[in-house]
Ligand binder design. Structure first.
Ligand SMILES: [Zn+2]
Ligand SMILES: [Zn+2]
Length: 203
C-alpha cells in the first residue's frame, strides 16, 4: 500500500516512531532536508541541554548584567559630567517615579559610604532590619513611640565612628529624634526592651 502519502512520513532516529514529516524540523544539512529527530525529541534534548548548562548560562547572564550595569553607570556618569543640570533633573524625575528603588539606593549608598569611612565589618540587609523592627513591634526602643507615628531608623548600638560593626547584631530601631539625640554614644536599648518584655525588672 505504498502511496504518495507514505512519502510524507519519516521514522524518528531517536524515538523510532514513524511520524508525519511536519513533526520534524527542516535541516538543510541532512539527507532529505529534514532533521533526523522529531520535534518532540528535539525539545527533550534542548531541555536536557538547558539543565546541564544552566549554571554556565546563569554565570553568563550575571556577567552580562554586570557588564551592562557598569556600562550604564559609565553612561550616566558621562551624562552627569557633560550636563550636570540636565542630569539632576532626570535623576529627580526618575526618583519621583521610582520612590522605593530610589530610597533603597540612597540607603545602600549611605550605608556603604559610612562603612567604608569607618572601616566597619559586615553589612546588614535591609530585610534583616525589617525583621528586627517587627520583633520590637515597630517601636522606638528609646521613647517607646511606634510606627507610623514615628519613622524608625537603624541605629548602630556601638557607633561606627567608635569601632562598631555594620552588622544586624549592632543595630537597634530608634526614631529619628532619639537617634539624633543618641549621637555617637554607645547605648544599648535592646536589653532594656527585652527585659521589660519578659517581665523582668532591669533595676
Ligand atoms: Zn522522536
Ligand atoms: Zn524615639
Amino acid at each position: 500500500m505504498k502511496t504518495k502519502k507514505n512519502k510524507k512520513t519519516k521514522r524518528c532516529f531517536k524515538c523510532k516512531r514513524t511520524l508525519k514529516t511536519t513533526n520534524f524540523y527542516k535541516n538543510a544539512s541532512t539527507y532529505g532536508g529534514i532533521s533526523s529527530e522529531c520535534k518532540e525529541c528535539n525539545l527533550v534534548r534542548s531541555i536536557e541541554y538547558g539543565k546541564k548548562h544552566r549554571d554556565e548560562r546563569l554565570k553568563y547572564y550575571r556577567k552580562r548584567y554586570r557588564e551592562n550595569s557598569e556600562k550604564m553607570k559609565a553612561q550616566v556618569k558621562a551624562g552627569r559630567l557633560r550636563d550636570p543640570e540636565k542630569h539632576r533633573v532626570q535623576a529627580a524625575r526618575w526618583a519621583k517615579e521610582n520612590p522605593e528603588r530610589a530610597r533603597a539606593i540612597q540607603r545602600n549608598a549611605t550605608r556603604a559610604y559610612r562603612s567604608r569611612k569607618f572601616g566597619a565589618m559586615g553589612t546588614f540587609e535591609w530585610k534583616e532590619f525589617d525583621g528586627l523592627r517587627e520583633g520590637f513591634n515597630n517601636t522606638c526602643l528609646c521613647c517607646g513611640r511606634q510606627e507610623p507615628d514615628v519613622k524608625l531608623e537603624a541605629d548602630h548600638v556601638i557607633p561606627l565612628s567608635i569601632g562598631g560593626d555594620n552588622d544586624i547584631y549592632n543595630i537597634q530601631p530608634l526614631c529619628r529624634s532619639c537617634n539624633a539625640k543618641k549621637g555617637n554614644q554607645h547605648l544599648d536599648y535592646r536589653t532594656r526592651e527585652i527585659a521589660l518584655y519578659e517581665g523582668v525588672s532591669n533595676g
